[in-house]
Design a binder for this molecule. Sequence first.
Ligand code: NZQ
Ligand code: ZN
Length: 390
Amino acid sequence: MIDNFIYSTPTELIFGKDVVNGLPEVMKRFGKNVLMTYGGGSIKKSGLYDKVIELLKDFTIIELSGIEPNPKYDPSVITGAKLCKENDIDVILSVGGGSVLDCSKAISVCAKYDGEGWDLISGKVKAEAALPIVDILTLAATGSEYDCGCVISYTAINDKRGYMDPLMFPAVSFLDPQYTFSVSKWQTACGTADAINHVLEQFFSSPHSLFNDGIMVSALRSLMVNVKIALDDPTNYAARSELMYVCSWGCNGILANGAGYSGWPMHSIEHALSAYFDITHGAGLAIITPRWMKKILSEKTVERFVVLGKELFGLDASLSDFEMANKVIDEFYAFFESIGIPMHLSELGVKADKIEEMADHILANDNTNEPWMYVPLNKEALIDILTASM
Ligand code: NZQ
Ligand code: ZN
């Protein structure tokens, strides 16, 4: 069934080879003063930095560089907001992966707010305005280029928050798959694992529909097939372009219009892991996924696994529902392992003595035990999932 829903994504996607040449025309819509944000240097190596500077030679560009993966409120968001205020910035141009874009989104609202920016990000105060954002995406993963969310870490308080506000939809996202050719095998695998998880967070919900299931199974199939091609042949345009397009659908709701809301429990768990141990988001999710699946497998959820078993993995239809569900879990584990993700948190530096504290943190920040969750997770369940993932 398709339940009531409202769907709106105002972002303009400009997709394909060499589309970045159209950047000046787009930027003119917003004004002359640009805050250009980027990360640790991948855009300088790829030549994109020089290209953007040349294309925008008639604009005034202020730069914020060094934005880290798992972008930090202090210093990046604070510094970016200050630069916007001091330089009368009209528009933010994010050039990089999801972390640079998420940081830019947080800057866009903090730049229009006079109080402590963390009050907005932590949901204490509602933002009233934001600077427009244009982005050039260089890594297929988060879907941030087509959604209104950002995820920001505040190291001093071990916090990593997902923050959403329609004010933060990018105005325009430039997606040229050629800029993802240089993404490392590790980030290609982790980015795809993130996108796979976005689909699963929406697939495991109730109610659901044949139509949504079809889109989601197709998204999973495309991600799982194309990541293998991209890992073997990083400049394969067909594979990189499909990964980029499918990833963009991850988090703006389009995959699950009219379906139930699961509560995104694996993301709640992973955000705590990244907050405490600064691990790569997609790797954390890949490790948690099969353990979370084992924990929630029940009479209520088994039907979801059966659809994946039949439609995605083509498993033997004569298996019992629970046999099929367990095989689906094994398939995901083997798949993540096959793309190079170490399947134990200890291999990423996570320490078991923090598990209980992280479980408390997850419940305090993102109550995964709410009765409306698809499968509520109390402290004991969270500890079980984290322990099994070690
Ligand atoms: O910093 P640079 O030098 O640019 O290097 C980056 C970074 O080291 C590198 N990279 C990016 N593009 C590249 C490249 N290297 C070579 N060639 C290129 N073309 O890759 C590294 C990782 O980049 P990052 O932006 O951190 O990766 P990703 O796009 O996966 O973003 C992860 C962040 O997004 C959040 C995650 O929690 C994490 O903080 N998420 C955001 C969401 C959203 N806004 O909707 C949803 C997601 O669930 C996720 O939580
Ligand atoms: Zn994610």
